[in-house]
Design a protein around this ligand. Structure first.
Ligand code: UD1
Ligand code: MG
Length: 429
């Protein structure tokens, strides 16, 4: 399909993202959709998915702790608030006003389904547009349907309803085909039916899924498409689901990096955050944790047991060895930080050597301060650099030095001791 065709089709589509829920089953003070999957809030993945489609309008339904959730929404998304959290049907209803004047397809996505792929959405939209039913449901068959809404079919195998897990009888519970929660609707059919649903069920909520049952009873056509991989539509409701989603997303991230020419010695113990950039021919050793916003150049070596946090930049050919934590810092080309160090809020030039046990004391109890280590500097083992401080080009610190704040070390000089003082004869410290 040509992109221009997609564009025209997408223009007749609006998306509603449901993200108001509290996520009771997570047992958390953090709203469920903000829980991270591979260092990124799960809602972020759903937002990305929508970005790939040039739809007419996107409406996010927020509720529980909406001020926090709002912070991660990109501009251009209409926010509506759901008060009272009375179920997914009630949540969708809140978006009606925001879609005034819009006609066409409404795609409902849940903020707790971060593994969904854009090809699947494309297939669902295409099917819906071709068949023009009242709704098209994305379903999947699974050996573990517990917790999900079950798909009910009539004697012609057409979808005639969805029964929620809590309301299902034994027969219905034995059905393996589930509602993924991702459904395309004809807008008029959706909002017409939403007015008629009632909260007469186990959870005393307005279920969006009741719209399907109601539309069927009204003689409207319900279409569906099914996907094979149940993991793609995993709805995260509990900490266990969250761990499962993390593992699946991690595999996707690591597979992609390896395809791009990065060696990952043990993909099962490389925890690499979403969006991490790693250059070709770099190697990630086992038990390495890389969080968000990290860029690693070419021919770098990271780990084993390294922890790279946000704002870490490793230029080409750097080595970050075992038991190193780095945050908000840049490490210049060919610089070595090989053994147990903490580097925070630090700019390190090229060809520097950071000795074993080096610590940048970046926090003075009130604020974080910056350390600068210039090209070719040689930091002796167990040096503490109390920020703000600078170590000049080619300068050296003796083993065990404590370089106190603002006592900058001049280019090509040697300091040693506690507090560190300049040695008379420059040379080896
Ligand atoms: C829902 C479906 C179920 C499906 C499953 C797929 C309903 C009634 N059930 O169940 O059929 O198998 O998803 O994962 O739709 N939300 C709101 N406002 C509310 C309630 C929920 O915005 O009042 C949002 C949540 O933030 C979440 C999404 O809707 O992002 C789904 O809610 P959740 O409580 O997780 O529904 P499930 O029980 O998983
Ligand atoms: Mg859910």
């Amino acid at each position: 399909m040509r992109p221009s065709q997609n564009y025209n089709m997408d223009k007749n589509t609006a998306v509603i993202i449901l993200a108001a829920g509290k996520g009771e089953r997570m047992k958390s003070a953090i709203p469920k959709v903000l829980h991270p999957v591979c260092s990124r809030p799960m809602l972020g993945y759903v937002l990305d998915l929508v970005k790939g489609f040039r739809v007419s309008k996107t409406v996010a339904v927020l509720g529980h702790k909406h001020e926090e959730v709002k912070n991660i929404l990109p501009p251009g998304i209409k926010i509506v608030l759901q008060k009272g959290l009375r179920g997914t049907g009630d949540a969708v209803r809140q978006a009606e006003k925001a879609l005034k004047g819009f006609r066409g397809t409404v795609l409902v996505l849940y903020g707790d389904t971060p593994l969904l792929k854009s090809e699947t959405i494309r297939q669902l939209l295409t099917h819906h547009r071709q068949s023009k039913p009242a709704a098209t449901v994305l379903t999947v068959t699974t050996d573990e349907p517990s917790g999900y809404g079950r798909i009910i079919r009539d004697k012609y195998s057409s979808i005639s309803g969805i029964v929620e897990d809590k309301d299902a009888d034994d027969y219905e519970k034995s059905i393996n085909e589930i509602n993924t929660g991702i459904i395309c609707f004809d807008k008029e059919a959706l909002f017409g039916a939403l007015r008629k649903i009632r909260p007469n069920n186990a959870k005393k909520e307005y279920y969006l899924t009741d719209v399907i049952t109601l539309l069927y009873k009204e003689g409207r056509i319900i279409e569906y498409i099914s996907i094979k991989d149940v993991h793609e539509v995993l709805g995260i409701n509990s900490r266990k689901d969250l761990a499962l989603a993390n593992g699946i997303m991690q595999k996707r991230i690591n597979d992609r990096l390896m395809q791009q020419g990065v060696s990952i010695v043990d993909p099962d113990s490389a925890f690499i955050g979403f969006g991490t950039k790693v250059g070709v021919d770099s190697t990630i050793y086992p038990f390495t944790v890389i969080e968000r916003d990290v860029k690693i150049g070419r021919f770098c070596s990271v780990g084993p047991f390294a922890h790279l946090r946000e704002g870490t930049r490793l230029e080409d050919n750097t080595v970050v060895g075992n038991f190193i934590e780095i945050v908000r810092s840049r490490i210049g080309k060919r610089t070595l930080v090989k053994h147990f160090s903490y580097i925070g809020d630090t700019l390190i030039g090229k060809d520097a050597n950071i000795g074993a046990g080096t610590v940048t004391a970046n926090f003075n109890g009130l604020k974080k301060n910056i350390t600068v280590i210039k090209d070719r500097a040689f930091i002796g083992s167990d040096t503490v650099l109390v920020a703000p401080v600078e170590v000049g080009r080619g300068a050296k610190t003796g083993a065990g030095s404590v370089v106190t704040s603002r006592h900058n070390v001049a280019d090509n000089t040697v300091v040693a001791g506690v507090p560190a003082r300049r040695l008379k004869t420059d040379g080896c410290a």
